[in-house]
Design a protein around this ligand. Sequence first.
Ligand code: ADP
Ligand code: MG
Length: 710
Amino acid sequence: MSCEKRYEAIKAIAEAKASVQCEAVPADTHCYGEDVFNLAAMQKHLPKDVFKKLQATIERGEALDPTIAADVAHAMKEWAVSRGATSYTHWFQPLTGNTAEKHDSFLEPEGCHAIFSFSGNNLILGEPDASSFPSGGLRSTFEARGYTAWDPTSPAFIKRHGNGATLCIPTAFCSYTGEALDRKTPLLRSIQALSCATKKLMKCFGLPDEKVTITLGPEQEYFLIDKHFYLLRPDLLQTGRTLFGAPPAKHQQLEDHYFGTIKTRVLNFMNEVEKELWKLGIPAKTRHNEVAPAQFELAPVFEELNLACDHNMLVMEVLRQTADRYGFVCLMHEKPFAGVNGSGKHNNWSVNYGKRNLLNPGNDPDQNAIFLTTLCAIIEAVDLHADLIRSTVAGVGNDHRLGANEAPPAVISMYLGDQLADVIEQLEKGETKSSKHGGTLRIGVDTLPPLPQDATDRNRTSPFAFTGNKFEFRAPGSSQSCSGPNVILNTIIADSFERMAETLSTFPEHEFHSKLQEHLQKIIKAHKRIIFNGDGYASDWLKEAEKRGLPNFKTTTDALSVLVKEENIALFEKYGVFRRREMESRYEVFMEDYHYKVKIEGEIALEIAQSMIFPVVSAEYEKTIRSLNEAKSVSMKKGTESLRKRASLLGEKLDHLSQEEDFLAEALKGKHEEILNAMKNIRTTVDELEKIIPDNCWPLPKYREMLFIY
Ligand code: ADP
Ligand code: MG
């Protein structure tokens, strides 16, 4: 038995690489935002008064004024048609983790002719028959319809597929009783909650009313492998990760891929991705090779949170589709390959009041006080709700990544950097003498020592790190929507801000700063256990974290359970972010998602073992026995011992494989842990076999091929 498909794939890839086009494309920025119905396009296509009204709506973050809907819809359609669109869709984010769209053409038949038209009603409200989206029991099929409602704060855009183009209108997706069935609705609610709380807090500092803007810059990691290999791997096709595969001799030990020269074929792909993203007004900025072979990163310039979340969904889509056109497959799974780094999404988050970034230490006493207050409120929030933060990154893929010595552990802690930790320590002690690096601190009187960016960003092992003027939450998985983590961050921080504002508002003006200092001291004393500046990968840390009483939810099932704790439901209800039923339904949807994904992995693993691996091993065993018999029949002495040894090794492994197949088949009827355990065992045997079965007989593309030939 031989399996030439792998070799054919390698040959085809070599040919594709040899014919890679290296034609330089003209460099300009004209295309930026050309497929977005942004303010400039609105201004051009809308009557002046309508434009003004729409602009005000957007600025206030409100729903569209129905009296201008018809005009806006008409202008949007004219613009979209001029850019080649024939259809429109409400574009929304159901709980599947993907985006959803149902296209309708603009076509309106009029007798023998037809025109393109688009009404205000169609813009504002959609009614997709959405009974097949996960709702965790929020909708029964007799009330199957959900509705989608335009979110004007995220501009409409044009998506191009093949030879067509579609106008996409970002929408929220709710049930008829107003329950959120999507990821955008709670995000918008949480932005509202944090915005409100921030205003209250800033009022305590005597600041006038200003707009609150939460910003997000999500760094996106991904793998690229050649499509030829992908198509030969049922595990990748069905689960997004390799369920088998022996580690190659060389993987990432030499760290020679990180920031290395980008291969031409990949660079062409990246250029195309950037061009597509720029057209959509997505400010893709940074690109580089990541740590694992065949792993890369894309980072945009940060934007307003709601828009940044929508944009990240589009980034993932553009990466996948462009990869397809370039003969690659873009893997966004958190752990596609065992033994090398997995992929995450670094969630760079900050909150701004007017033009003031509250996480910017700044260098005047007022900004100092605001910065330290914000920081302490966040320290409190993260310590009080580490369990909720952990729950937002729970998922079948991330279970393989978190704590695997490449990504932060499942224990949530905060990194502040030496200088800031020193500042906090002094604040706690109530000392006003100079900090480690000079400068003194007394809130509102003296200034903080300047915090150079590089002094804050050395520790890559922390799940939640202060990095100069923002917090970087590093635990989210690469395939995840940014929405979930930020809904939780916004809400728990809103809660801390509210509490802080309540206390601060009781301080008499003449004692404000001294009282504030005392209050911050109290917060630090109560919550400093969450601060950890050491090596988050070290096993000592886990013991230390346990001593400190920090939660450690190792699996998705454990992590998700906190979503339905009474106190958490109460918290989200208080800020109007989730209703009880919405929390319960989310818990159900996420658990079910986990359950099915584990089961699918188990079934595919079993099928591969039985239908692809067992046959080649038994054929090899048989061949070896035959050779042994033939050698014996001509009374050969030399070589027979080696053949006997090999036959017995193969026989032993074959027995193991068969037993483990039975175990896995049995486990598939039982609990998740049993399935995962049985998969681990069968993988060990298959990976050992990969190293002894003749290379030309092995049916699955190997790690050294997938990760190095592209
Ligand atoms: P690193 O890899 O060192 O973390 P990158 O430059 O790759 O840095 O990514 C940093 C990300 O943080 C970028 O997306 C950047 O736009 C974003 N960012 C910078 N400042 C802010 C901010 N104030 N709020 C949110 N995100 C920010
Ligand atoms: Mg980063």
